[in-house]
Design a protein. Structure first.
Length: 318
């Protein structure tokens, strides 16, 4: 199964290319914040790593206790990254940058340059959020780990992207068993700087807020997966990565765009709603749009109509 360097947000949160489920949980023990890691987590026996994870989780929990007004006026505290963790970031950026140049869509490349993520160290969430807000009005806020899809999408409707701040363990720089800061910043943030992409995220958030039945929530989440996590489009006849699930993983990008092992399908929202997907492996099926513009326009129409009088499937939303 090749190296793994991605975790994505979606209806089946917390699964990586090499594991079946997330192996960490944030708990409060005796008033102290404690990140519980499974014994097979690469950082399980590293006391320094675990202490930093606890500190980062505390930042997120304390942030979550603030009012909306406080969140808009206070700065996100700095996460305590080590030199070794900065080196992990640098190694990933060195490996993934040339893959972006080859397989990322033009919109990603243009906005990644504008965002200007550093190559040598992990940027702090506050500084990245400030730059992103200048680009599309989206802000980023810290979260301790995986959240319920309803929570995640509701935040999107309010132009807030919930982001983890911790990074994978240095012993395995190209593998993560949970969503980390690489996936959030390298994958999601640069795309959220694209106005059309930011709009689609907001529309999906609003669509989720109109959704009540569990069946409808799962179907909407599945479309989010196939478009806003693993979407792809053609540029000059070549398949390019659009979704952050692809863009945050050099392995996924190479597999998606160059392996010859992926089934490319014509986008069909009804099919996406019910097509199962496996988050433990590279994606075997991708819906490929003829252009970024087509993806934007048709997905905008789909999300805008979802759960409204223009949605013909009344039974789904009851």
């Amino acid at each position: 199964m090749g190296v793994s360097e991605t975790i994505m947000h979606g209806p089946s949160e917390g699964v990586s290319e090499e594991t079946d489920e997330a192996n960490s949980a944030v708990k409060i023990v005796g008033g102290n914040v404690f990140v519980e890691l499974d014994p097979d987590h690469p950082g399980f026996k590293d006391e320094g790593y675990r202490n930093r994870r606890n500190e980062i989780a505390k930042i997120a929990l304390e942030w979550n206790e603030m009012s909306m007004e406080e969140r808009r006026t206070k700065e996100i505290p700095h996460a305590p990254y080590s030199e070794g963790e900065d080196a992990v970031w640098a190694a990933i950026m060195e490996r993934i940058t040339p893959v972006h140049e080859k397989y990322a869509c033009k919109q990603y490349l243009d906005n990644a340059r504008k965002l200007g993520l550093p190559n040598d160290k992990i940027p702090q969430l506050q500084e990245v959020s400030e730059r992103l807000e200048e680009m599309t009005g989206f802000r980023q806020e810290p979260v301790g780990g995986l959240v319920h899809p309803k929570t995640f999408h509701t935040a999107l409707a309010n132009k807030v992207f919930l982001s983890t701040q911790y990074i994978r363990h240095s012993s395995r720089p190209f593998y993560t068993p949970e969503p980390d800061v690489v996936h959030e910043l390298v994958g999601h943030t640069a795309m959220l700087g694209v106005p059309e992409w930011a709009e689609l995220n907001i529309l999906f958030g609003e669509a989720d807020m109109r959704t009540e039945s569990e069946t409808a929530i799962n179907r909407l989440g599945s479309v989010y997966w196939y478009v806003l996590e693993f979407g792809a489009c053609r540029e000059n006849g070549e398949v390019k990565a659009v979704g952050p699930g692809l863009l945050s993983s050099f392995g996924e990008m190479e597999h998606a765009c160059a392996s010859g092992e992926v089934e490319y399908r014509k986008p069909n929202f009804e099919e996406m709603e019910t097509l199962p997907y496996d988050v433990t492996n590279y994606q075997p099926i991708l819906y490929v749009w003829d252009s970024f513009k087509e993806m934007y326009e048709k997905t905008k129409e789909f999300a805008t109509n979802w759960g409204t009088d223009k949605d013909p499937r009344k039974d789904l939303h009851q």
